[in-house]
Design a protein around this ligand. Structure first.
Ligand SMILES: C[S@@+](CC[C@H](N)C(=O)[O-])C[C@H]1O[C@@H](n2cnc3c(N)ncnc32)[C@H](O)[C@@H]1O
Length: 229
């Protein structure tokens, strides 16, 4: 966001805003311009108090009418940890492109499966089981973020760039806690993949809550590019 020069006055939109952590951050940078936060579930967004946030409850996999999201009217279209989970990700990406004004920036952050190979055997196996579970149940793609440059080039964006952030899970930090909670939520389905018995997963969950646990978390790949003027 710093390298594209996000500044006051930019009209921004976030696709799959969730609890709105990034929506709030963008809203503070872009104020007084409006930030549109789109999500299927906007309950958590209602808690945001910034006056320049507009919340839209909508399904990103459907085309949105111009009175809801006007085409070619945003300086920044942003999404994090959302498109990788949508089977219709290519269509949603193209839709986000259409939202941009000429010269506007598209910025996408998503995860891939690096942590599945990060060294602790049970942890790597559990991560592989987790990705398989997400792929089978909701259609998540672990390959999607790896194809970012070609996806953005295909749309005709210019000034393309890439960035990777690889967090470390250790000593009960936020990364370790996100992984632990995700595995608790998916536990039965992960065991059902046949990759990992429940007892081994239980041991790993205990290990994740110890000060000694140390491994890579979910990497976040960010890509950005600009709609030609
Ligand atoms: C993993 S969360 C990411 C939230 C946020 N971007 C973040 O980084 O914290 C994915 C979000 O996408 C939303 N979502 C999933 N499918 C959607 C759809 N078809 N249309 C709109 N939002 C959707 C979910 O409700 C959820 O808030």
């Amino acid at each position: 966001m710093q390298s594209i020069g996000l500044k006051p006055g930019w009209r921004c939109i976030e696709a799959g805003a969730g609890p709105g952590h990034m929506t709030r951050w963008i809203a503070r940078k872009a104020a007084p311009a409006e930030v549109t936060a789109v999500d299927l579930d906007t309950a958590a967004l209602a808690r945001l108090t910034e006056p320049n946030i507009r919340t839209v409850c909508a399904d990103l996999t459907q085309s949105l009418t111009a009175d809801v999201v006007a085409p070619a009217s945003f300086d920044l279209a942003y999404s994090r940890f959302t498109l990788l989970h949508l089977r219709e990700r290519d269509e949603v990406l193209a839709r986000m492109y259409d939202w941009l004004t000429p010269g506007g920036w598209l910025v996408i952050s998503d995860s891939t499966d690096f942590a599945a190979n990060s060294g602790i055997t049970d942890y790597g196996t559990a991560m592989t089981a987790m990705w398989e579970t997400l792929e089978k149940t909701i259609g998540t793609s672990r390959q999607w973020a790896r194809r970012f440059p070609e996806q953005l080039a295909r749309l005709g964006l210019t000034d393309l760039n890439l960035h990777a952030y690889l967090p470390v899970a250790r000593n009960r930090n936020a990364t370790a806690e996100i992984i632990r909670r995700t595995m608790i939520e998916l536990r039965q389905k992960m065991v059902a993949t046949g990759r990992m018995p429940d007892e081994a997963l239980a041991r790993l969950l205990d290990h994740l809550s110890t000060p000694e646990f140390l491994a890579f978390g979910f990497p976040m790949i960010t890509t950005w590019g600009r709609k030609p003027s």
